[in-house]
Design a protein around this ligand. Sequence first.
Ligand SMILES: Nc1ncnc2c1ncn2[C@@H]1O[C@H](COP(=O)(O)OP(=O)(O)OP(=O)(O)O)[C@@H](O)[C@H]1O
Length: 225
Amino acid sequence: MVTLEQFRYRPTHATRPPSCFDFHRAEPGMVAIFGDNGSGKSTLAQLMAGWYPDFLPGDIEGKGILLGNPVGQLSLVEQSPTIQLVQQSPYLQLSGCTFSVEEEVAFGPENLCLGEAEILRRIDAALTLTDCHPLRYRHPGTLSGGETQRVVIASALAMMPRLLILDEAFSRLTAQATGQLLDRLAHWAQEHGSLIVLFERHHSPFITCCQQAWQLRDGALFPLC
Ligand SMILES: Nc1ncnc2c1ncn2[C@@H]1O[C@H](COP(=O)(O)OP(=O)(O)OP(=O)(O)O)[C@@H](O)[C@H]1O
């Protein structure tokens, strides 16, 4: 589903040599990439989410394939039905143009021009998985950080992506909420034939839910399991 072979990304005006990535995952499931602050996690997450070149200007080298398409071939809009990225700051990812959590989660599927019944089915499933049903009629602007983070994850799930990238997407959740959500996401990935890639600083509790893991260090990925 994702292959990077001797893949290098050199940002415009880079101040350090480019990292060189080797990563391969052909099966659905949940995997993780760990790295310290400044190791390049978010940049790699954005590359895997198809942000090059629209939001990641620069040069690439090597082989990079996302869901069968070479990195940089499709625009972000073309990739949004199949690839979703959730980042660390949830407030920056709300659409800003909806008046309820339900509308917020419906925003993506509505843009896919799906029928009403399918949109409602997706909203229900996403709200259930993320425990967001009690928030359904709340204005997104009134939510806490943790609630907003769960709504942003629900919005990504409602797109039913084949590749879901979660970049420190649990930072505002309690340990208990994180554990429960990880279990559910691991099941969801298997059930839908999707790949979830977690980007995190600490191994625990993430590594135990993942089938494969890598450490991002000194500009390269080292397999952990
Ligand atoms: N492939 C690369 N080549 C050159 N510079 C890079 C590359 N990847 C990342 N950088 C630069 O390194 C810095 C840290 O990158 P990034 O934000 O991706 O790391 P991070 O691990 O997500 O950090 P944090 O955990 O602190 O959020 C940024 O200034 C980024 O532009």
